[in-house]
Design a protein around this ligand. Structure first.
Ligand code: GLU
Length: 268
C-alpha cells in the first residue's frame, strides 16, 4: 500500500514538474527548439534578443533606463526588416559567459552581443555574416612599464570570463596570471586599484575606457582579428532567418547604415 502511494506520488511529481518546465520554457514566447525561427518570430510579433547591458558603446542601459548602443540599433534594424517595426524587440541581458546558454535553452531567438565568431563557437551556433571588425588589445594604466603582452609574464592581467580574450591570452602567454571578471566595471576597478596590470579585450570595447579616463591607455598592438556576428541556435530552424538576416546586413551595408551607426556610437 505504502509503495503504491509512493509510486503515485512520484508520478504526480514528475508530471507536475514537466508541466511547470514546459510553461516556464515558453512563458515569454521564447522559441521552441526545432520549429522555424522566422515563422515563430512573425507569429509572436516580436523578436527576443540577447544583448549586453554594460558594454559601451555596443549594448548598455542609458540614462533613461533603456537599452542602447550599436548592437541594439542593429537589432532594431532587423526587427524593421522582419516585422516592419523597429520597436518589436524584447531585449534580454546576456554576459560573455551565458550567451550560448541563453541561446541554446531557447530563452532568446538570437544573440547580438559583441559576439566574435570563432571556429569553436561555430560548432555550437550558426552565425550571420560579420557586421563589425575589431581586434584584441591591451589596456594599461598611463605610466605603466607594460609595453606589450610579453611584459605581463608572471603578472596579473584581467579578462572577462567567457570572452575570446580569455582563451587568446592563455594561448599567447601561458605564463601570465589571468584573472577573470564578470563585468568590465569590476576589471576596470581592479586595474585602477593596481590588482592587475592590464585588461585584454576587444579594442572597440576598451577604447571607451581610454576615451573617458586619461589615466589609462591602449597599447598599439592588436593580437587577433575579431569579427562580430549575430548568433542563432545551430540547426535547421535557423536556416531561413539566417538568409533574411544576412540580406538585412548587406542591405544596411549598401545603404551606409553601418557607417551612420559607427559615427553615432563613435566607432572606427
Ligand atoms: N568579442 C569578445 C567575445 O565574443 C568579447 C566580447 C565582450 O567582452 O563583450 O568573446
Amino acid at each position: 500500500m505504502k509503495t503504491k502511494l509512493l509510486i503515485i506520488l512520484g508520478i504526480l511529481l514528475i508530471v507536475g514538474w514537466t508541466v511547470f518546465w514546459l510553461y516556464d520554457y515558453n512563458k515569454d514566447g521564447a522559441t521552441k527548439k526545432g520549429g522555424d525561427l522566422y515563422q515563430t518570430i512573425v507569429k509572436r510579433g516580436y523578436m527576443i534578443v540577447g544583448v549586453k547591458t554594460d558594454v559601451k558603446p555596443f549594448g548598455f542601459i542609458n540614462e533613461k533606463g533603456e537599452n542602447a548602443g550599436f548592437d541594439i540599433d542593429i537589432a532594431r534594424n532587423i526587427a524593421k526588416d522582419i516585422l516592419h517595426d523597429e520597436s518589436k524587440v524584447k531585449f534580454v541581458p546576456t554576459t560573455d559567459s551565458d550567451r550560448f546558454y541563453q541561446l541554446n535553452l531557447g530563452k532568446v531567438d538570437m544573440v547580438i552581443a559583441t559576439m566574435t565568431v570563432t571556429p569553436t563557437r561555430q560548432h555550437f551556433a550558426d552565425f550571420s555574416n560579420a557586421y563589425y571588425i575589431t581586434g584584441q588589445a591591451l589596456l594599461v594604466r598611463n605610466g605603466s612599464n607594460i609595453r606589450s603582452l610579453g611584459d605581463l609574464s608572471n603578472k596579473n592581467v584581467g579578462v572577462i570570463f567567457g570572452s575570446t580574450a580569455e582563451e587568446t591570452i592563455k594561448f599567447l602567454l601561458p605564463t601570465a596570471h589571468v584573472m577573470g571578471y564578470k563585468t568590465y566595471k569590476e576589471a576596470y576597478n581592479a586595474l585602477k586599484a593596481g590588482h592587475i596590470l592590464g585588461i585584454t579585450s576587444d579594442e572597440a570595447i576598451l577604447r571607451n575606457f581610454s576615451l573617458n579616463d586619461s589615466g589609462v591607455k591602449i597599447l598599439p598592438k592588436r593580437y587577433s582579428r575579431d569579427s562580430y556576428a549575430i548568433a542563432f541556435r545551430r540547426g535547421e530552424e535557423s536556416n531561413y532567418i539566417l538568409e533574411i538576416v544576412n540580406n538585412a546586413i548587406s542591405d544596411m551595408d549598401n545603404k551606409g547604415i553601418f557607417n551612420q551607426l559607427k559615427r553615432k556610437w563613435g566607432l572606427n
